[in-house]
Design a protein around this ligand. Structure first.
Ligand code: NAG
Ligand code: NAG
Ligand code: NAG
Ligand code: NAG
Ligand code: NAG
Ligand code: NAG
Ligand code: NAG
Ligand code: NAG
Length: 477
């Protein structure tokens, strides 16, 4: 091939990098229906309820510009799926008529994951707020208050007050930052209780003290304290995403509440702690624009789920906190995750093969992580479509990072975080959160879209990856 044609090809690759690539509404609908069909565990349903609200009813989401609490009165029909989650949860509780507020989680922590049930609190509080009990006679307010009381009084804590993610003993998991503080904050904002907003901030601060690893550039560890066979000092990418996502939710809740004027310092903290995670994570992005399952361990498989979750927090931080540093990289990640199979930004088909090779070589070895992420495998495997489900990707796969049925790939097994999995409901939710955040960010005028060529870490990353894309393009001929 002539020199000129090579050069033209490299330019085309670079241009393709620069061209926006978006999932269509039909594709997002398929992502959503997989999520709705696949989510079974409490944290999956909690995350689903938040993702669907952000996507379909932004004026009721804590991360949009809307006020918290949302308007009183009947709910818009777009909240139907979220309210159905709340109804299913609350109708399976037994609420004592003598003492309806008595401490009780919204879902039995069969596996001992105390934090996960709190993530259902958002949907349940919203069901109460919009008066669902008047038609179905369920006591949503009591159910939410019982969960609050349980979280605050029944779950063990560290001596300095960090609420454990597990019920049987104190363990701090990065995951918990997405599950618990946002519920405390939302309860506080809906009940004029500033001390609960403060508690949400303080819990994040405590978790940060334990989990942020200053020897790893500020990446968060996954699990500390408690059961030595569960401790995971590795820097799990999804865990960093859960932590940043929880911070963003608490940030949005405080900012849009009546207490925002009184809590300026807490707002500042949350912006700076979220930035810290972004600053630590983005230098580890691979040239395929994905994180690896453990951000600083390139021998682990590539992970589209954490990549989507973190991108959502970057768009949100740009809107809520005015921080634009990583916006150009989040855009590149979103485009890579949305790229067609035969035409991707950085030669996706060859990188896919590499991913599959990496998955094959790491899934059975590497990390000795236990096989139950939030809940024990005994309760999860039978319900979850995620683990080694037999559904094969359909032959009509047209996108590099979704199978033919629009399941995101590659992803960790949600029930065994150190292994690659096939179907991840939380990964589907992260895609919707990324697209909801991106849409809001575009509607706000895409602030920070041109930070790319500023002399900052993010800009250098883009330049390097553009160059990598061009080289791959040439090498490919
Ligand atoms: C993607 O969406 C953005 C914002 O709506 C639009 O400007 C752009 O043209 C779209 N790109 C493609 C390839 O559809
Ligand atoms: C809230 O969502 C709407 C709809 O996407 C968007 O127009 C608006 O800019 C968003 N506001 C913020 C601050 O995200
Ligand atoms: C539960 O919390 C509510 C609100 O803080 C309080 O009024 C109630 O007494 C608590 N009930 C129990 C049993 O802890
Ligand atoms: C339930 O909703 C009502 C408004 O409909 C509100 O006054 C009350 O504080 C809410 N209760 C809880 C626990 O959020
Ligand atoms: C806020 O909530 C906490 C926990 O339920 C409770 O102890 C406290 O009394 C509440 N404060 C106000 C002002 O309602
Ligand atoms: C510690 O975790 C392992 C693996 O999840 C489990 O088998 C064991 O029972 C746990 N030990 C305690 C004391 O909880
Ligand atoms: C592939 O890329 C070329 C040029 O970059 C573009 O014209 C074409 O529409 C793309 N095809 C698909 C399926 O996206
Ligand atoms: C490329 O992908 C598009 C759909 O994205 C498909 O219609 C087309 O047939 C594919 N072309 C090749 C050569 O695989």
């Amino acid at each position: 091939m002539s020199h000129i044609r090579r050069t033209l090809f490299a330019c085309a690759v670079v241009l393709a990098c620069a061209r926006a690539q978006n999932l269509t509404d039909d594709q997002l609908d398929a992502v959503k229906s997989n999520l709705m069909q696949g989510a079974k565990q409490s944290w999956e349903l909690g995350t689903e309820s938040e993702a669907l609200t952000e996507l379909d009813t932004p004026s009721y989401a804590v991360v949009n510009g809307s006020s918290v609490p949302p308007p009183l009165g009947s709910a818009p029909s777009s909240l139907g799926e979220v309210l159905t989650i709340a109804k299913n949860v609350v109708s399976s509780l037994s609420i004592s008529s003598n003492n309806p507020d008595a401490p009780q989680p919204l879902d039995l922590p069969s596996g001992g994951a105390a934090g996960d049930s709190a993530s259902l609190g958002f949907a349940v509080l919203l069901a109460n707020w919009t008066g669902q009990g008047a038609s179905d006679n369920l006591d949503y307010a009591a159910a939410a208050t019982a969960q609050l009381n349980w979280t605050l009084t029944a779950v063990p804590r560290t001596s300095d007050g960090a609420i454990s993610h597990r019920i049987e003993q104190v363990e701090l998991w990065s995951d918990s930052v997405y599950m618990v503080p946002p519920f405390l904050a939302y309860y506080g904002a809906l009940n004029n209780n500033q001390s609960l907003l403060q508690e949400a901030h303080d819990q994040i601060s405590l978790y940060r003290n334990y989990l942020r690893d200053t020897n790893a550039g500020g990446l968060w560890k996954h699990i500390v304290l408690g059961n030595q066979s569960q401790v995971d000092n590795g820097h799990w990418s999804t865990g960093n995403g859960w932590a940043a996502g929880g911070m963003i939710r608490v940030l949005g809740t405080i900012q849009h509440s009546e207490f925002s004027g009184k809590m300026k310092n807490q707002i500042k903290d949350l912006i700076s702690w979220t930035s810290e995670i972004h600053d630590a994570m983005y230098p580890h992005l691979t040239s395929d624009m994905l994180f690896t399952n453990y951000a600083d361990d390139s021998s682990t498989f590539q992970d589209a789920a954490s990549t989507a979750l973190l991108a959502s927090t970057v768009y949100r931080l740009a809107l809520l906190g005015g921080v634009h540093t990583h916006v150009p990289l989040a855009e590149r990640c979103r485009q890579a995750l949305s790229a067609p199979l035969n035409n991707s930004t950085s030669s996706a088909s060859s990188s896919q093969a590499a991913v599959q090779r990496r998955q094959a070589s790491t899934s059975s070895t590497d990390r000795p992580g236990p096989s139950a992420a939030h809940s024990p495998s005994s309760s999860s495997v039978s319900h979850s479509p995620s683990s080694s489900s037999s559904a094969a990707p359909s032959a009509t796969q047209s996108l590099a990072h979704f199978d033919g049925a629009m399941w995101l790939t590659p992803v960790p097994n949600p029930d065994a975080w150190s292994e690659a999995g096939q179907h991840s409901p939380e990964g589907q939710a992260f895609v919707l959160e990324m697209y909801a955040a991106w849409r809001d960010w575009v509607a706000a005028g895409a602030p920070g879209a041109n930070t790319a060529f500023a002399l900052r870490a993010g800009g250098v990353g883009v330049l390097i990856s553009l160059a990598t894309g061009a080289l791959l393009g040439v090498g490919w001929l």
